[in-house]
Design a binder for this molecule. Structure first.
Ligand SMILES: [Cu+2]
Length: 184
């Protein structure tokens, strides 16, 4: 009987060790953050820094803590764009803000703008609402991981976002602010 008791004790100890290690791993995984500096952008180039977005890996997807000033009050489309470059480019012969960031991140080539909760562009994020003080919200994207956002650009548009392709890209129109996510 004594031998049996010791044996059970070891198993319990082993189980506790595994649980503790799993707990530690989960803690460090949820604590991982990437801070993105956000700058205003115009057709002339990259302007002043207007705030930050802190991206955190949660158990289910990513959270984006958005802290910006100098954004006009109202709704603004917010997306992960393909390339980590906020420089202007030329579209239809016109200099255009942050064109170098490319289109919405769409690794499955859905070519569909469908918002953060449906199966379209993986880079579609919840639109942001600015007050006269700016934007101070946390939004979440359940289908994204840090590997998706690493080295790409976060873009904020002049207009809102109806999460459809009509009008194009949900009605976001021009790009007014941009930041490149540091590589993890
Ligand atoms: Cu966009």
């Amino acid at each position: 009987m004594k031998h049996l008791t010791v044996s059970v004790g070891k198993q319990v100890l082993a189980l506790l060790t595994v649980t503790t290690l799993t707990g530690l791993w989960a803690t460090s995984a949820t604590a991982k953050e990437l801070t993105v500096d956000i700058n205003s952008v115009t057709a002339a180039g990259i302007g002043d820094k207007i705030g930050t977005i802190v991206i955190e890996q949660k158990q289910k997807g990513l959270s984006f803590k958005v802290d910006l000033t100098g954004i006009p009050a109202g709704e603004h489309g917010f997306h992960l764009h393909d390339k980590g470059d906020c420089s202007p480019g030329t579209k239809d012969g016109k200099p255009t803000a942050a064109l170098a960031a490319g289109g919405h991140y769409d690794p499955a080539a859905t070519k569909t703008h469908a918002g953060p909760m449906r199966e379209g562009h993986k880079g579609d994020l919840p639109f942001l609402t600015a007050t006269d003080k700016g934007v101070n919200v946390v939004v979440t994207a359940p289908h994204l991981t840090l590997a998706d956002v690493s080295g790409r650009a976060l873009l904020i548009h002049a207009g809102g976002d109806n999460y459809t392709d009509h009008p194009e890209n949900g009605g976001g129109m021009g790009r007014i602010a941009c930041g490149v996510v540091p590589k993890e």
